[in-house]
Design a protein around this ligand. Structure first.
Ligand code: 0A1
Ligand code: ZN
Length: 896
């Protein structure tokens, strides 16, 4: 907890460390109440730095002893100010011996060494190692670690750390030890230990090179029936990284450990990945198709970090996206390749873009907007953001779009050749891509330095006489905090031209010779405004622009409804096919929202439905969606995405002033009227896409279930006995959690009776499965008739606790972020609830508190009455005592 004003750290102030570290030896005497840690650090002066002081960081530690080259340091030999311990004018070679005591059982922040369900775990990224010992805890200090763990043998039979187990044995008093050696240099944030009563599924695995490695997935007793999918995902990841990037596992042993209390998804500690249980445990009874897919992606993500993050790491935390953007890109590609089909790839791409638009675009337009490589931060934990991760991945993807797959691979090869074993910057990555391909990527740097989502305005002009299509692209980027004016970005814009039959036309730019390329070509937009002239265009085409979402921009094109329906039916690019439908739906949703507002203003509240019915009379959207729904040549997973309307959050982002209630009414109205118009088709799709037989999470089966369940959710909008009985039957007969949850959600959002019995039955059945109880909370927090009182009473349920991040997210975050119309209730009670929860979490877990604090980021965009109530809630949090640096940064920036 802070008492002073939090300091801002600036990228421009980076200075190399005065001392580097060769080896670190650590001894742990593990006790929940007080763990003693003895550390020996062999340091040497850094020839690249001028300073002679040794600078160490330490937080919440009791310093028991400090020796330099064998001599105990007295109080006057060093300075301890705040979290910084300085030993002035140290010798060129220094062996530091430090003894510290920490209190893992009191550690509710889940950073450093902590206890979860009686077992010990660590989390060191970004700056958690300093809660274990004093250390130059910064990523550009890489060293080799040897770790000795000692603990009670009965309570903690399993003792794990990074690298290889080199020795183990018994000690007096029922204790035992294990000694681990990590052969690779690593920064302290990749340190990990686990000690506890755990069991594992293990397998010997032969690498392509012939070397045999040991793979283990560690869980609590009773969860061994839920580890197979994680193990399969790990083996697939290992094989994929060799195939796609020529990168092999460098260790003899690779471990995954699941923990129930974890702030994030998972952590890539060298050879000892620690995972939130949510991203490990799965079987058909407890996990949905989405859970299965997420587990595959996160296991891949952490595994891929072994090269992109661990072997080559970040010089400083401003470079976080160097490892995160690149690794997200790699896990996205891995997941796409695991599906294997072109349509599966497209579905994955659409899913990823949806996340970007839903979460990152608002971040980039709000008070916490920051470049992919930020210039400053107050608390680094606040910068594990969708911008660093998802926009960062888009930036990496653009290299591949510009250079081609082969060129990208050449760049990756050069990156590892140059930087293996080093701590480097985003500029180093860009230089490798440029040099390997002999390309000038100077302007591309702006993707790292400028925040905000660029907008590209496209307009086409057809000259029938000259058979020329002129495509003009214009880019702008809105002002963001600290950045008023933006320079043009280097934007790859993939385009195609469709003829009247919907076929791709030849694409030849003026002045080009050689054969015409048909299909898609990537234009490079580098200026504020550029015109591209396509020649030999025999008829007026419909342009398909930004195919595959080739850049993280907002594309504005003036399509008519008819053109959108045409693209929806014919575009050879599945992403743009889906996009056309979304544009059509968004147009309708915005019109409906305005109509709701107008009706409300004129006092005709009861007449809202009549007004809306008049708007919706043309049925063009329903016709287009019907055609997609019934097109059996399309992947069911794609059809499900096409049928899903833009979310309320997405609609909100399109409005000048957000009116969550009008949006909700409009979207619900459209869902109901589509359900009515498509009723028979939806019923047919429901029946045709049942997946018989044993459950399998493969993409094809998951896609069919998704289509069936979206049909069910539409049908449940109708007060229709047939639809409700389908949901009831599905709830009773389902052999997997996907169908179970979909049925329950459909029932909850319908007028069916017996909702509370169904919920109670579900609870009783899954009481001992924490991850399913999380779903049970989420289901209710996001139900249509939920309000803040529902959530308050659920927060009083015996199974609820704020101390467990998953549980807190399942109820509180789900309500504040996933139920906009209830959260933004006009009386402001949602905001008071939010403030209470942020303040409560701030005391126990600042990181999680700060994430929740971000729910009010966009407060300035709401109607004046809501804005005022949000401002008061933000101020209430800002002025509460003992505010953590984490929460303080978020609310201060929001109010600025
Ligand atoms: N590097 C991890 C994410 C991560 C970051 C911070 C954490 O601290 C609580 C935990 C995990 C990843 O990208 O998977
Ligand atoms: Zn990561």
């Amino acid at each position: 907890m802070r008492t002073d004003t939090p300091q801002t750290i600036h990228r421009k102030d980076y200075a190399a460390p005065n001392y580097l570290v060769d080896t670190v030896e650590m001894g742990f005497d593990l006790e929940p109440a007080a763990t003693r840690v003895a550390t020996r650090i062999a340091m040497y002066r850094n020839p690249a730095a001028a300073g002679r002081d040794i600078v160490l960081f330490g937080e919440e530690l009791e310093l028991v002893a400090l020796r330099l080259n064998g001599k105990t340091l007295a109080k006057g030999d060093y300075r301890l100010a705040g979290h910084v311990l300085t030993i002035p004018a140290a010798p060129a070679k220094a062996v530091l011996e430090i003894e510290t005591v920490t209190h893992p059982d009191r550690n509710t922040s889940l950073m450093g060494l902590y206890v979860s369900n009686g077992n010990f775990f660590t989390q060191c990224e970004a700056e958690g190692f300093r809660k274990i010992t004093f250390f130059p805890d910064r990523p550009d200090v890489m060293a080799k670690y040897t770790v000795m763990l000692r603990a009670d043998k009965k309570k903690y039979p399993v003792l794990l750390s990074n690298g290889n187990l080199v020795e183990q044995g018994n000690l007096p008093d029922g204790r035992h030890y294990a000694k681990w050696e990590d052969p690779f240099k690593k920064p302290s944030y990749l340190f990990a230990l686990v000690a506890g009563d755990l069991v594992c599924q293990e397998e010997k695995y032969k690498l392509k090179s012939g070397r045999e490695v040991l793979l283990q997935v560690w869980v609590e007793e009773g969860n061994l029936d839920k580890t197979q999918h994680a193990m399969d995902s790990l083996k697939n990841s290992i094989a994929w990284d060799v195939d796609r990037f020529g990168l092999e596992l460098d260790l003899d042993r690779f471990m995954i450990v699941a923990v129930g209390d974890f702030n994030m998804g998972a952590m890539e500690n060298k050879g000892l990945n620690i995972f939130n249980t949510k991203y490990v445990l799965a079987n058909p009874r407890i996990a949905t198709d989405v859970d299965f897919a997420n587990i595959e992606a996160v296991v891949g993500h952490e595994y891929f970090h072994n090269w992109t993050g661990n072997r080559v790491t970040c010089r400083d935390w401003f470079q976080l996206s160097l490892k995160e953007g690149l690794t997200v890109f790699r896990d996205q590609e891995f997941s796409a390749d695991m599906i294997g089909t072109d349509s599966g790839r497209a579905v994955k791409r659409i899913d990823d873009v949806r996340v970007l638009r839903q979460a990152q675009f608002p971040e980039d337009a709000g008070p916490m907007a920051h470049p992919v490589r930020p210039d400053s931060y107050v608390e680094i934990n606040n910068f594990y953001t969708v911008t660093i991760y998802e926009k960062g991945a888009e930036v990496v993807r653009m290299y591949q779009t510009l250079l081609g797959r082969k060129g990208f691979r050449k760049g990756m090869d050069l990156y590892f050749k140059r930087h293996d074993g080093q701590a480097v910057t985003c500029d180093d990555f860009r230089a490798a891509m440029a040099d390997a391909n002999k390309r000038d990527l100077t302007q591309f740097e702006r993707w790292y330095s400028q925040s905000g989502t660029p907008q590209v305005d496209a307009s086409a002009r057809y000259d029938a006489k000259g058979k020329i299509l002129e495509l003009t692209l214009e880019q702008t980027c809105p002002a963001t905090p600290g950045q008023k004016k933006k320079q043009p970005f280097h934007i790859p814009v993939a385009v195609g031209l469709l003829d009247a039959k919907g076929r791709d036309m030849p694409l030849k730019l003026e002045g080009e010779s050689g054969a015409d390329a048909t299909g898609t070509r990537v234009l490079e937009l580098t200026k504020a405004r550029q015109t591209f002239r396509f020649t030999g265009v025999n008829e007026a085409p419909v342009p398909s622009i930004l195919r595959g979402f080739s850049a993280p921009v907002v594309l504005k094109v003036d399509y008519s409804d008819a053109e959108l329906a045409f693209l929806m039916a014919h575009d050879s690019d599945p992403f743009n096919r889906w996009e056309a439908g979304q544009r059509l739906a968004m147009r309708r949703l915005l019109n409906l929202t305005v109509a709701v507002q107008a009706a409300r203003q004129s006092g005709h509240v009861v007449a809202v439905d009549t007004v809306l019915n008049n708007i919706e009379h043309d049925g063009a959207l329903a016709d287009a969606l019907r055609a997609t729904l019934n097109d059996a040549s399309l992947d069911p997973a794609f059809r499900e995405l096409a049928l899903t309307l833009p979310s309320e959050t997405m609609i909100a982002e399109q409005m000048e002033v957000i009116d969550p209630h009008a949006i909700h009414i409009a979207r619900q109205f459209l869902r109901r009227s589509l359900a009515r118009a498509l009723r028979d088709d939806l019923l047919a799709a429901y029946r045709a896409n049942r997946v018989p037989g044993a459950y399998s999470p493969d993409a094809a089966s998951a896609g069919r279930r998704a289509l069936k369940n979206v049909a069910l959710s539409y049908l449940a909008e109708l007060d229709d006995a047939e639809a409700l009985s389908l949901a009831q039957c599905q709830d009773e007969e389902a052999n997997n959690m996907t169908d179970r949850l979909a049925a329950l959600a459909a029932l909850l959002n319908s007028t069916a009776s017996g909702k509370s019995e169904a919920l109670q039955g579900f609870y009783d059945e899954f009481e001992s499965e924490a991850l399913v109880i999380d779903k049970w909370f989420t289901l209710q927090a996001t139900a249509r008739d939920a309000d803040v009182n529902t959530v308050r009473s659920l927060a009083g349920h015996p199974a609820f606790t704020l101390k467990n991040p998953n549980r807190a997210r399942s109820l509180i975050f789900s309500f504040c972020n996933g139920n906009p119309s209830a959260f933004h209730a006009l009386d402001g009670n949602g905001y008071s609830f939010w403030a209470e929860q942020v303040i409560a979490l701030n005391g126990s877990n600042p990181q999680v508190a700060a994430r929740l604090a971000r729910s009010l980021d966009r407060w300035r965009k709401y109607t004046p009455a809501l804005q005022e109530k949000m401002r008061l809630a933000l101020q209430q949090v800002a002025s509460s005592p003992n505010l953590s640096r984490d929460v303080s940064e978020v609310v201060t920036k929001a109010l600025a």
